[in-house]
Design a protein around this ligand. Structure first.
Ligand SMILES: [Zn+2]
Ligand SMILES: [Zn+2]
Length: 265
């Protein structure tokens, strides 16, 4: 039996003798099947040709991403024993580096595109996985380590809180890290709030690869939630996707720009 991994989204499935017939996450209109059709790999095969880079993003915050890039190519973040979002590859060097930095007690994930190998990571670090219950149907590797939370906010510690924004996925979650940005607060946003090429702006989409926007009602709802949060920096899903400062105002003005575009300029 192998826990097969979809090569397009990086999701690891529960162990089976044969590869699964399809990847529901990639069949969904928010993702896609690559030009060569559905491809599968395993953690073992992935480790042959890839390694992880672990790099400090600011004091207390580590980034962890795979090189050369794999699947959606997100980099995870590690702060105060929380792994925010997850990646597929987990090898000895990565485990050792993160153990040295204090280990991982909790894994929280913004949305199903980054569920990746969350169960393998949780088992390695003896951690629990926090997912929003609205996205329960997208879990491809059930585990007793997964705890579904519900509602709009989930307190992890005095410094860390999960906030449901929805949008890209019903359970789309961001994480507020109060000590981030030298105490002004940082929002770890995955691609629920996505930092765009001009890093003074963000966007919000139903599908990024297929460029399907969200409705005005959804953007307004997200804007109202963000307006009640205190933060000055946003860490998006990939290396260097960071709004370095003044981020709250930049997220709000990005929502306003989006609403203006939908209304017709
Ligand atoms: Zn997939
Ligand atoms: Zn996504």
């Amino acid at each position: 039996m192998s826990a097969f991994i979809c090569m397009t989204c990086g999701t690891q499935f529960a162990p089976t003798d044969e590869p699964p017939s399809a990847c529901p996450i990639c069949l969904d209109e928010r993702q896609y099947i690559g030009p060569d059709g559905q491809q599968w790999t395993t953690l073992h095969a992935l480790a042959d040709e890839h390694r992880n880079r672990v790099e400090e993003q600011e004091p207390g915050l580590l980034g962890v991403g795979t090189e050369p890039s794999f699947a959606i190519a997100q980099r995870a973040l590690c702060v105060d024993g929380l792994l925010w979002d997850c990646i597929t590859l987990l090898d000895e060097d990565t485990s050792n580096a993160l153990e040295e930095a204090g280990g991982i007690h909790t894994i929280a994930i913004s949305h199903p595109h980054y569920y990746s190998a969350m169960v393998a990571w949780a088992e390695r670090f003896d951690a629990q996985v926090l997912l929003h219950e609205a996205d329960r149907q997208w879990v491809m590797y059930p585990s007793e380590r997964i705890e579904f939370w519900s509602g709009e906010r989930h307190h992890i510690s005095d410094q860390l809180e999960l906030v449901r924004l929805g949008g890209h996925f019903d359970g789309g979650t961001v994480c507020l890290w109060r000590a981030g940005a030298e105490g002004r607060g940082a929002l770890l946003s995955g691609d629920i709030v996505t930092v765009v090429a001009d890093r003074d702006w963000v966007s919000f989409m139903y599908s990024y690869p297929n460029m399907i926007p969200l409705s005005a009602g959804e953007i307004q709802r997200i804007r109202d939630i963000v307006a009640a949060l205190e933060f000055d920096r946003v860490y998006g899903a990939w290396w260097n996707t960071v709004v370095v400062d003044g981020a709250k105002a930049k997220v709000l003005r990005s929502a306003d720009r989006y609403l203006k575009a939908l209304a017709g300029r």
